[in-house]
Design a protein around this ligand. Structure first.
Ligand code: GGG
Length: 360
């Protein structure tokens, strides 16, 4: 039997509500599959913790997380704590300390009715964004000079190391080769005359090792337009930290909204636990109402199963999400239904059980 130890950080706002549903899925898997077992350890970190203790997580939080097989995160951020504190002291800290340099965000339309794009079908919107997740514009480098004075200056420096840039681009080429798909690099070399010229050069240089991979290179402004006008152009996309963050929100918008956007933060060498999370934030406007859509958080479990090498489970979870999306009245209000978070989660388990038993 394979046992996986999972650290839970439900976090803030709707985070705990959606993480509960993801945990339900893991518990259902354990019941259905005698070869798998999960243990859960929950950490109370987040904005409430900050207001009580003056920090988002324990000082030795990283050491506490180090031995887990994976981390399952809900959401971070809540009014009362500045966003740059909640993001940096928890989510970005974990990504950096565990060198989770690959952020894998699928942009896949699971049901044709969910896209606001006229004439686009599930065949047109099915790609993977591989976002650099450890440096770039989110390196945290900069300064704030002459604060409050007329000559005040702030500097936010993008950091693009050769190691960091090469490894994410190589990862994307490998993925494109493995999946026999095209690879598109998204940058901004015409305006960012150091960082993105360097990015483009590395993309070209590493590409010499992959003559079999068909490539494209777009400026981020043009790519933003194509995400909406011609999403079928994309198969595998590689881009920087900031561009990936922004572009994948466009990706969410064309595939059914933030309630269906998932992301895996991965250390491919497996030196540290990887982290799985819905892309959405804590949504304070609906927190505590029991109406948050848990499907992004459940999709994160599918990514976690794939990462563990349990691809059969990854696939059956995704198949079950697709089935659920056919029944609008069983969905949460963001998708046009009236179900609560836990009603949708319970229904998901029924569909998962049925699909697993049928496919066995
Ligand atoms: N699901 C985690 C969360 O709260 N994400 C909000 C966010 O702003 N994330 C920024 C990022 O992914 O870099």
């Amino acid at each position: 039997m394979k046992k996986y130890n999972i650290a839970l950080i439900p976090g803030d706002g709707i985070g705990p509500e959606v993480v509960d549903e993801g945990v339900k899925v893991l518990k259902a898997i354990e019941k259905l599959d005698p070869n798998l077992a999960f243990t859960f350890t929950q950490f109370p970190w987040g904005c409430e913790y900050y207001l009580e203790h003056g920090k988002m997580m324990d000082d030795d939080g990283i050491d506490k997380l180090r031995t887990f097989d994976s981390i399952y995160l809900g959401a971070v951020g809540y009014p009362g704590v500045p966003d740059h504190i909640s993001l940096w002291d928890l989510l970005l800290r974990i990504r950096k300390e565990f060198d989770l340099y690959v952020n894998i965000r699928p942009i896949t339309l699971l049901n044709g009715s969910l896209t606001p794009l006229k004439d686009k079908t599930t065949k047109d919107i099915d790609f993977l964004v591989i976002r650099e997740n450890s440096e770039g514009e989110y390196a945290g480098a900069g300064d704030w000079l002459f604060k409050g004075k007329p000559e005040e200056v702030v500097l936010q420096t993008g950091v693009f190391s050769r190691k960091g840039t090469e490894r994410i681009i190589r990862y994307a080429y490998e993925e494109a080769r493995k999946q026999n798909k095209t690879l598109t690099s998204i940058s901004k070399g015409n305006a960012l005359n150091y960082s993105m010229v360097f990015w483009d050069e590395v993309f070209e240089d590493v590409g010499k090792e992959y003559p079999d991979v068909e490539t494209y290179s777009y400026l981020v402004d043009a790519a933003s337009l194509y995400f909406v006008s011609n999403p079928e152009r994309f198969e595998i996309v590689v881009t920087s930290n900031l561009f990936g963050d922004i572009l994948t929100d466009i990706g969410a918008a064309i595939t059914g909204g933030m309630g269906l956007a998932t992301g895996a933060n991965v250390n491919p060498e497996q030196e540290f636990p990887s982290m799985f999370e819905p892309v959405h934030g804590s949504a304070p406007d609906i927190a505590g109402q029991g109406i948050a859509n848990p499907l992004a958080a459940i999709w994160s479990i599918s990514q976690m199963m794939d990462f563990f090498g349990e691809e059969k489970w990854g696939a059956v979870i995704l198949e079950s999400i697709k089935d659920i999306l056919k029944e609008t009245d069983r969905l949460t209000p963001d998708l046009g239904g009236e179900a609560t978070t836990s009603e949708l989660g319970d229904y998901f388990i029924d569909v998962l059980e049925k699909n697993y038993t049928t496919n066995k």
